[in-house]
Design a protein around this ligand. Structure first.
Ligand SMILES: Nc1ncnc2c1ncn2[C@@H]1O[C@H](COP(=O)(O)OP(=O)(O)OP(=O)(O)O)[C@@H](O)[C@H]1O
Ligand SMILES: [Mg+2]
Length: 251
């Protein structure tokens, strides 16, 4: 069985279908980009992987289990809007992330000193060591997003969920964030799901690019049908459909 398995998932809000017949199997370590029109259900799909929502129908499993509801060590998440704590210093933001995922809540004594060393190492890794004692308001957008990524990675998650993480950044900062993410992945093998509105960013960073769209469209009732995965591209092999790249001799 694959690491992340989504089988025939439907999700509705009230009587309004958002996603329908969504199925995808993802191997551990794969980087998956998700693209699609605004409102088609991309963030909803991430929420299903986070178990913030349960599908109306169908199944989601991670490593053979339904995803845990508690924020845990297995999944880290970064949203487009900076998800850092404004009232904590940069270092304490990283420590707070670790405390949130720690089994016993607040860290004390030796455990706290060790966590502080790990936080400083993480800040050095994302180029923020020199601002460890400052507050997030002092950081540029790119720096805040690097902090948010460092926070998400602090618990060493097996899955990183990124919802338009670079959408608010200027083009130069965006490019340096691409390099940063590529370096991180070379160091730490993680499975990544990244929602983006930038198709070239999706293809550049990912192994697979999933396109969400509606296959049925009623002009008199545009909200009648949900979206599904209409394309699954192999981004490492010139964007041919993913399955045929895996099985080149298949008919
Ligand atoms: N909790 C909710 N209750 C009711 N409707 C919701 C809820 N969450 C999302 N929706 C609706 O579901 C649809 C899909 O939302 P979603 O946020 O997943 O889209 P998206 O593809 O991420 O869009 P965008 O690209 O704009 O971020 C939207 O029309 C949204 O208004
Ligand atoms: Mg969204």
């Amino acid at each position: 069985m694959s690491f992340v398995s989504v089988r025939n998932v439907f999700q509705s809000y009230g009587d309004r279908p958002i996603l329908e017949r969504v199925s995808v199997e993802v191997e551990e370590g794969c980087f998956v980009s998700i693209v699609g029109a605004s409102g088609c259900g991309k963030s909803t799909f991430l929420r299903l992987l986070l178990a913030q929502e349960t599908p109306s129908r169908g199944e989601v499993s991670i490593a053979g289990q339904p995803p845990a509801r508690e924020p845990g060590r297995d999944r880290g998440v970064v949203f487009q809007k900076y998800s850092v704590f404004p009232h904590l210093t940069i270092r304490d933001n990283i420590l707070a992330a670790e405390e949130l995922s720690a089994r016993w809540g607040r860290l004390w004594g030796r455990a706290r000193r060790a966590a502080r060393e790990r936080a400083d190492a993480a800040l050095a890794r994302v180029g923020l060591a020199h601002v460890a004692d400052q507050y997030p308001a002092a950081l540029s957008g790119g720096m805040q997003q690097r902090l948010a990524i460092a926070q998400a990675l602090q618990a060493r998650p097996r899955i990183l969920l990124l919802d338009e993480p670079f959408g608010a950044l200027d083009p130069g900062t965006r490019l340096s964030m691409h390099d940063f993410l590529t370096e991180l992945r070379a160091e730490t093998p993680m499975t990544v799901f990244m929602v983006t509105h930038d198709l070239s960013e999706g293809f550049k960073l990912a192994d697979r690019v999933l396109v969400f769209d509606k296959t049925r469209w009623d002009p008199d009732a545009p909200e009648r049908w949900g979206a599904t995965i209409t394309y699954d591209f192999d981004a490492r092999h010139g964007g041919i459909p993913f399955q045929s790249a895996r099985a080149p001799h298949a008919a």
